[in-house]
Design a protein around this ligand. Sequence first.
Ligand code: ZN
Length: 247
Amino acid sequence: MSHAPNAVARLRDQREEEGIKPIQARGWRATRCRACRVIESHCLCAWRPLVETRSGVCLIMTNKEVFKPSNTGWLIADVVRDNHAFIWSRTEVDPKLLALLSDPQWQPYLVFPGEYVAPERVTHSVTLDSTKRPLFILLDATWTEARKIFRKSPYFDALPILSLLPEKLSRYQLRRSTRSEHLCTAEVAALCLDLAGDAQAAWALDAYFDVFSQHYLDAKRQLEMNVETPAHAELMPFVQGSAASMN
Ligand SMILES: [Zn+2]
C-alpha cells in the first residue's frame, strides 16, 4: 500500500502552472515544504498516515482555499485514497466532476446542514451497500461561499444531503475538546468516514489533523517542533516505515 495521491496538491500545481499565485501573507517569510505546506523546520511529511478506506471524498474548493497553508481539505486528500478536488465556478462545471457524480461505483452524498434543505432530501446516515461505495462531497470553503456553491450548482440538486446531527457534532466536540465552535473540513470528513464504517481512517484523520495543527502553530509561534504530544502517539500506529517511527 502506498500513500494516496493528493488531488488538492495537484490543483495547486495546476493553478501555479497557469500563473496563478497565492497572496503571500505577511510575517510568513520562512520557506514552506512543497509537500505538506508547513514551514520546513516543522515539516509534517513523516507523519502522513497510511490507511485503507472504502469511502471516497470529493472536495469542492474555491481558488483561495487551494493556496491556503491552513486548508484542511489537503489533509483529507492525504489520508483518503480515492480523493478528488475541483475548483468551483458559477459559470462552468468540470465534465470530470459530472462523470464522477454519475459513476455507478459511487453513492454520492453532499454534506450540508439539513436545516437549509427540503426535508425529503436529508439523511443522517450512510447506506452501506455492497455495490456502491459512499462518496462524500465536501464544500471546502467559508460558510458564505459554501452556501453560494450549494445554491448555484444545479448538478448537486438530485443528490441526497448528508446532514450531521447536532448531538453527534457536540459529542464529537466534547470528546476532542475542539476549540472552535465550527468544525473544519477535516473534522467533518472524519465524522463522515466514521458514519460509513471507515473507523480506522476517521481515527487517523483526526489524529493527523491534530498533529498538523500542532506543527502549524508551533512553527507560527517559533517554538521547537514537539513530537511527544498525545496526538503524535495516536497517529504513530498509522505511520509506517517513515522517519517518524524511527525517532
Ligand atoms: Zn513536508
